[in-house]
Design a protein around this ligand. Structure first.
Ligand SMILES: *Cc1c(COP(=O)(O)O)cnc(C)c1O
Length: 399
């Protein structure tokens, strides 16, 4: 019996390999940064989400060390038992003030925050409307909770409206609806149509969740996120979620919103209730990181300059970039084997770029996901472009 089960697994694995979808772990031997070490060799990295170069920042490391001296390592329990420290409370207050929201609640990961929001607010007959290109954690949360989740075409507000109208006709008015969207789409690098999402959610009286994992810390005049320059408030975006593992260079996530929302998450979000709280030392590190995000606007400026430089040069080379103005710059190769091959070739030249294939993206949409950081030098970007250009001129893509 056991052998039969293992055989089935092996067949599935073999199939994955044949389809160029097999994934492999690479073992890193250095801190996160633009230069990292694998197998005793240096690589130039264009694949992390450490957009502001904070994952290995000396002041944040110090804060973590001080935190460990003061509070030890493990938080030891879930927040509602006794894992919630004064440091957690301070970080929540500082985030709420920064984001101009009533209250913030920390979660252990972004994945769990998204699952927690949906499970706390919805019942099985409630509806979720999700952008087709949303992050997997949002899509999973919709699948987990609602028997009536629907995906609308990427950023297609007319399609979303059609689904909302249909739901309104079919639905009993006691049913709740929730619209979910990434603020910056993680595999496209483009923005959600925030003003339209706000308008639709208000008109059809639905909840709106904005997952700003890739906007928080990076976008807006002060780094508040993808909504900052539109000055969208808590009434317009009632559920704001973001993570601390990307631009903040730390770990964990949070949800920001009204008092009743946050209280409901504390009472009903199972991924909050039944998991160990973030270690207090890590929370101290996140507090330091937030202070740096607020204070050092030059990091966002430098990142913006790097993005601009990369895009301009890539355009001159005619590389098939998607239309993104964020730190996520996807290069569309379409075929899975091409994405894999290019990523392997770049690896041989000392460059790390991840190949993104289905199911992370749709079929025939395989790509390289190039991410830029504040810490990249012009010479780093030039070297990447030189290697990409070599691959491009030798490929069948160029005609
Ligand atoms: C990374 C990411 C998450 C998950 O956050 P983790 O803290 O890594 O679990 C959720 N949503 C989006 C859009 C993300 O990019």
């Amino acid at each position: 019996m056991a052998n039969k089960l293992l055989l089935q697994l092996q067949q599935r694995l073999a199939q994955q390999q044949q389809q160029h979808l097999y994934r492999q772990l690479n073992v890193m031997q250095s801190p996160q940064g633009v230069e990292v070490i694998f197998d005793q060799q240096k690589y130039l990295s264009f694949c992390s989400n450490d957009y502001l170069g904070l994952a290995n920042h000396p002041e944040i490391i110090q804060a973590l060390q001080r935190g460990a001296k003061q509070y030890g390592v493990g938080s030891g329990a879930a927040s509602l038992i006794n894992g919630y420290s004064e440091q957690h409370q301070l970080l929540e207050q500082e985030l709420a003030e920064f984001l101009q929201r009533d209250r913030v609640l920390l979660f252990s990961t972004g994945y769990m925050a998204n699952l927690g929001i949906a499970t706390a607010l919805l019942q099985v007959n409630d509806r979720v409307f999700a952008d087709r290109y949303n992050h997997a954690s949002l899509l999973d949360s919709a699948r987990l909770v609602s028997s009536k989740h629907q995906r609308y075409r990427h950023n297609d507000m007319q399609h979303l409206q059609q689904l909302l109208i249909k739901a309104q006709v079919e639905s009993n008015t006691n049913h709740q609806c929730l619209i979910q969207s990434d603020g910056v789409f993680s595999m496209e690098g483009d923005f959600a149509h925030l003003l339209d999402l706000v308008k639709l959610s208000q008109h059809y009286q639905t909840w709106l969740v904005l997952d700003d994992a890739h906007g928080f810390g990076v976008l807006g005049a002060n780094g508040r996120g993808s909504w900052e320059n539109l000055a969208l408030n808590q009434t317009q975006i009632p559920i704001l979620m973001a993570t601390m593992g990307k631009a903040m260079g730390c770990f964990g996530a949070f949800v920001a919103g009204s008092e009743p929302l946050i209280e409901s998450l504390i009472q009903f979000a199972r991924t909050y209730l039944f998991t160990t709280a973030l270690p207090p030392a890590l929370v101290m590190a996140a507090r330091k990181s937030l202070a740096i995000v607020k204070k050092q606007a030059w990091r966002r400026q430098q990142l913006a300059d790097n993005i601009h430089y990369f895009k301009r040069s890539a355009k001159q080379l005619d590389l098939p970039l998607l239309n993104s103005s964020t730190a996520i710059q996807p290069l569309l190769l379409k075929q899975d084997h091409l994405a894999l091959e290019w990523s392997q070739r770049l690896w041989q030249q000392g460059i790390l770029v991840s190949a993104i294939r289905p199911p992370t993206v749709a079929k025939n949409q395989a790509r390289l996901r190039i991410t830029l950081s504040t810490e990249h030098q012009t010479s780093h970007i030039d070297y990447l472009l030189e290697q990409l250009n070599k691959l491009y001129v030798n490929s069948t893509l160029k005609n």
